[in-house]
Write a protein that binds this ligand. Structure first.
Ligand code: SAM
Length: 271
């Protein structure tokens, strides 16, 4: 494989997200989330900022045909990918385009509201949590998963440093957006301010298993929101970024590739 092939392999956008980010990160994280939630057959579940739908699909498998799963995302292109993936059991999937700040759902419609790695991107976080609470039934529970700060993620620290070096501060800021709500106390306060009771927060970590860096890092870089900017750089610069990130992660190499810890919070509250 030539270096150019490696770059064209990654492309950009929702398909790349589903192909690279979901199996290495968002699917294992969704399993950790659902272990904590403990869904019961027949429950009605909303997945806010569902993306390409991994949480909603895994939840559906636990609910049986009498359950209900709705997935809402702002980005229709993510939902288009979600729609193409065949369901494997459970109720039919109901994908809705909409904003977390004005959910296209009735008051009290769900026993459980889930949101995996979405809250940090919402412009009005408190408003979105109030919306999540509005659509919950009495005593229903919301569960949100939010990355801890980048200091708990060697991969993203290495990527953001390289982005800073080659694309500047603004691009670095965008690359760090997923880690911008890393403070557990702030997260707990947001939940309480939105009116949730019995708020609990847990700091945990996932281990991301990636292919060797020369394969996984180009794909990851171009699947970021700043992927198009990176893809537009000269090939020599892109390869320098891959080399820098790979070197920074040398301590995490395994026989298969890379094994990287990444810190996250699970936060839950009751209506
Ligand atoms: C990192 S992805 C997580 C997707 C999915 N929850 C998962 O675990 O794979 C973040 C998602 O948040 C969505 N998003 C961002 N702002 C939103 C908003 N205001 N309302 C609804 N969805 C939003 C994006 O479109 C994207 O699909």
């Amino acid at each position: 494989m030539t270096s150019t092939d490696k770059w064209s392999l990654s492309g950009a956008g929702p398909e790349t997200y589903e192909q690279y980010q979901v199996p290495s990160t968002f699917e294992p994280l969704a399993h950790m989330l659902l272990e904590r939630v403990g869904l019961s057959a027949g429950q009605r579940v909303l997945d806010v900022a569902c993306g390409t739908g991994i949480v909603a699909r895994l939840a559906a498998q636990q609910l049986g045909a009498d359950g209900q799963v709705v997935g809402v995302d702002f980005n229709q292109a993510m939902l288009d990918v979600a729609q193409k993936i065949p369901a494997s059991g459970g109720p039919p999937m109901d994908w809705r385009q909409g904003d977390a700040g004005a959910l296209p759902c009735a008051d009290g419609a769900f026993e459980v509201v889930l949101c995996q790695q979405g809250l940090q991107f919402f412009p009005d976080k408190l408003g979105a949590l109030r919306e999540a609470r509005r659509v919950l039934a009495a005593n229903g529970r919301a569960w949100f998963v939010v990355w801890r700060s980048a200091e708990h993620s060697p991969l993203n620290r290495a990527i953001s440093e390289s982005v800073h070096r080659h694309l500047g501060v603004e691009a670095e800021k965008i690359s760090l957006a997923p880690f911008s709500l890393g403070d557990g106390d702030a997260l707990r306060r947001l939940f309480a301010d939105a009116g949730f009771r019995d708020v609990e927060i847990e700091a945990a970590r996932i281990i991301r298993k990636l292919l060797p860096p020369e394969v996984s890092i180009p794909a990851l870089l171009t699947s970021l929101p700043i992927g198009p900017q990176i893809a537009a750089l000269d090939e020599a610069v892109r390869l320098a970024m891959v080399a820098e990130v790979s070197e920074a992660l040398a301590g995490y190499r395994t026989e298969e590739g890379l094994s990287l810890p990444q810190g996250t919070h699970f936060v839950t509250g009751k209506k």
